[in-house]
Design a protein around this ligand. Structure first.
Ligand SMILES: [Mn+2]
Length: 320
């Protein structure tokens, strides 16, 4: 399905629920608020509802203050727009409000998307859902205002790693250029999103880097964030997001792996990054996770050493 299908679907309904995935980042939040602006311009009613709170560093985007954690009373939506989520599990407890007969409009760019909606617009070649929402504005021939441009730019910038990852296309840059012409200031956006880490988060980075190891051939780099490190440094979980990039940035590394001990159970959150030769979406899928060919993740139960060995063995297998 294409942008046109989603346009037709939106035209049909008047009351929408908009949501995105748990632990949202720039693309999830930016595309949600931009989507909300578009619906408002079309004269539609909507509620934005997320499982997780908006990360503090993304609250500068206008509209984020309208993202609620609870469903308002008497809001009977006719359709739900789910953004940046490959499956229903990713939206967390928001799925409790979605009934069997609810009309779902699924807008996503994950190659692992399972087409769970009535309307499915899935574009694995797009850098971000932000890029897709941009196309939706164009399909409706709607003008993009500065606040919307900021949200779309934040979405695109986050998911392309500041226009560095292999998902960055000439179209991505053309869209960015247009958003800049509307008034977005790239240095300001970069500073707001990437230069706001705390001393605690930076100390955690130091601790985690100490654990970095390389396979003998230098193609896999991995590192850990443990519960003890989080406790010691008083860092936030949000502060662990960029750590994996340090493993990926080593010359010769094809696969970077970050192991994070998060909850109280024996669950390890595993993130993967690839420089492009290895499809880490497939690697994550082997453990029940998913994502993109160059960025993916999964959760693995078990003892630390066992999880590490299992995951690294699978990664080595992928390189063969
Ligand atoms: Mn995304």
């Amino acid at each position: 399905m294409s942008v046109r299908t989603v346009k037709q679907a939106i035209k049909k309904f008047n009351k929408f629920l908009i949501t995105s995935h748990i632990n949202p980042e720039g693309d999830a939040i930016g595309s949600q608020v931009a989507m909300a602006c578009l619906l408002r311009k079309l004269g539609k009613e909507f509620v934005m509802l997320d499982d997780s709170p908006v990360p503090n560093l993304l609250r500068f985007m206008k509209g984020t203050e309208d993202i609620s954690k609870e469903m308002p009373h008497n809001f009977n939506f006719q359709a739900v727009i789910i953004l940046d989520s490959p499956d229903m599990a990713r939206i967390g407890r928001v799925s409790e409000y979605i009934k069997k007969d609810s009309v779902i409009i699924n807008v996503d760019h994950h190659i692992s998307n399972v087409n769970f909606g009535k309307f499915n617009w899935v574009e694995p070649d797009f850098s971000s859902v932000g890029e897709m929402i941009y196309d939706l504005f164009k399909a409706f021939k709607m003008k993009i205002d500065l606040d919307e441009a900021i949200a779309l730019y934040a979405a695109i910038m986050t998911d392309t790693g500041s226009f560095r990852y292999s998902n960055t296309s000439s179209k991505t840059h053309c869209i960015a250029a247009e958003l800049i012409d509307i008034g977005v200031k790239p240095y300001e956006m970069h500073s707001r999103i990437y230069e706001t880490s705390s001393i605690q988060d930076t100390n955690l980075l130091g601790e985690s880097l100490q654990t970095m190891k390389l396979t003998e051939d230098g193609k896999i780099a991995w590192l850990w964030v443990t519960k003890d490190m989080l406790k010691e440094t008083k860092a936030s979980l949000e502060g662990t997001e960029g750590i994996i990039n340090f493993a990926r940035s080593i010359d010769g590394v094809e696969i970077a792996v970050l192991f994070r001990e998060t909850g109280t159970d024996e669950r390890v959150k595993v993130s993967f990054r690839s420089k492009g030769k290895v499809d880490v979406n497939k690697l994550a899928a082997g453990f029940g996770g998913g994502g993109h060919p160059t960025a993916s993740g999964c959760s693995v139960f078990g003892k630390f050493e066992d999880v590490e060995k299992k995951v690294l063995d699978a990664a080595k297998q992928m390189l063969k």
